[in-house]
Design a protein around this ligand. Structure first.
Ligand SMILES: Cc1cc2nc3c(=O)[nH]c(=O)nc-3n(C[C@H](O)[C@H](O)[C@H](O)COP(=O)(O)O)c2cc1C
Length: 371
């Protein structure tokens, strides 16, 4: 039964209120992953729209927030930013593991990095970010009734500086309007599937997106460091949603582990703007990755094990490449991190980045705090 089309006896049987409810759903449960607060704002705006229509709305943040309990007549929403033209790991994980999905009406909404060029707001590009988790939900038996993308300010401040406050506000205003249009459709009981052209292009770019998911994150996590302005306050570690930052050493400096999802919250919240993303380090990693370490490793394994089957040899070469990337980047990061503890050397290393000159993105005004 679709709640919008339920008759009064059907509503009563399903436990839906008989009057005062103009939403097609009695309850809207949203599970959100958000680095700098853009996606959280979208979720809260949608929740407010649901409440104003008489529904119960709940927003919980991944990974710490509680798992919503399935109720009759509820709508489940999964929300996350776009990373690398596709879905983030936390969103994919939620689509694969969230309990109580079968038979539930569900939607997926992602935010993407909108930009300002002159006085025009240019849309971001979500690629497969929304349809990939939507397909996973559908395979698990959910009735997917909404898929969309909302433009919010681009927060990737290891790559580009943040926008000036008035430009960010203009993008947020556009995002708010897009959120209102999406929620209006959805809460009226209509199906809303947006972004087909982006999906087609995103599908063609899937190898690039998968490369980002599998490899780039391992490398990007190891470009973060704290420069000489770090006061060892530990805010970055305390606010990291995945506990990916460890305060290490006698003078307690942040160290980024592989749990880092590149959400940018640490850079956004650091009170002294001491957190940098090292482009110089990235070049070093690319250089290391291009060395023939993986080829040497795989031929050593193949000759020791005397393997002739081509598919096993291919798999070993692939795995050797992966091991080489992880091991060489990890080692180089450890050496650089130790170098940052040496005063003179620290100044040289911490200048190998453009982010020292970049404006930080602080995120939009939160509407209400999620659990
Ligand atoms: C690592 C990273 C990759 C991103 N990749 C994309 C992308 O492929 N396409 C896009 O439109 N925006 C991209 N963005 C921008 C974010 O999706 C956008 O700013 C989002 O609203 C951030 O939401 P949040 O504050 O909830 O984390 C990326 C941001 C980061 C940090």
């Amino acid at each position: 039964m679709h709640p919008a089309s339920a008759s009064t006896p059907e509503r009563r049987q399903a436990g839906l209120p008989e009057t005062g409810l103009t939403s097609a759903y009695k309850a809207v449960d949203m599970v959100v992953w958000s680095g700098t607060g853009n996606t959280l704002r979208v979720a809260e705006r949608l929740a407010e729209a649901a409440r104003s229509r008489g529904a119960i709305a709940h927003v919980s943040s991944m990974p710490s927030g509680g798992t919503p309990r399935p109720t009759a007549g509820r709508l489940l929403g999964l929300l996350s930013p776009t990373h690398g033209f596709t879905a983030t790991w936390p969103l994919v994980e939620a689509a694969l593991t969230l309990p109580g999905v079968r038979g539930t009406d569900a939607f997926v909404l992602v935010t993407r990095g909108g930009m300002r060029i002159g006085n025009k707001t240019v849309a971001g590009f979500e690629g497969t970010a929304a349809y990939l988790p939507a397909a996973l939900l559908a395979l698990r038996g959910a009735h997917v009734c909404g898929v969309g993308a909302i433009d919010m300010p681009l927060n990737w401040t290891t790559v580009v500086p943040a926008f000036a406050a008035e430009d960010a506000a203009a993008i947020v205003a556009r995002g708010d309007a897009q959120t209102d249009a999406f929620s209006e459709c959805l809460l009226s009981g209509n199906r809303v599937f947006r972004g087909w052209p982006q999906l087609v292009v995103g599908a063609l770019m899937l190898p690039l997106s998968l490369g980002y998911m599998l490899i780039a994150r391992l490398v990007l996590a190891k470009t973060f460091f704290a420069d000489e302005d770090c006061t060892s306050c530990g805010m970055c570690a305390a606010h990291c949603p995945h506990g990916a930052i460890r305060m290490m050493g006698r003078i307690r400096r942040p160290y980024w582990t592989y749990r880092c999802q590149n959400c940018m919250r640490c850079m956004s919240r650091c009170p002294t703007e001491a957190i940098q993303g090292g482009q110089g380090w990235l070049l070093l990693y690319i250089l290391l990755i291009s060395l023939p370490g993986a080829a040497i490793l795989s031929s050593a394994i193949l000759s020791t094990l005397e393997i002739s089957a081509s598919w096993i040899a291919g798999t070993i070469r692939l795995l050797s490449g992966y091991v080489w990337i992880v091991a060489s980047v990890w080692l180089a990061y450890a050496i650089l991190w130790l170098g940052l503890l040496v005063p003179g050397l620290r100044n040289v290393i911490s200048r190998a980045t453009f982010t020292r000159f970049y404006r930080r993105y602080r995120g939009p005004e939160p509407l209400r705090k999620a659990d």
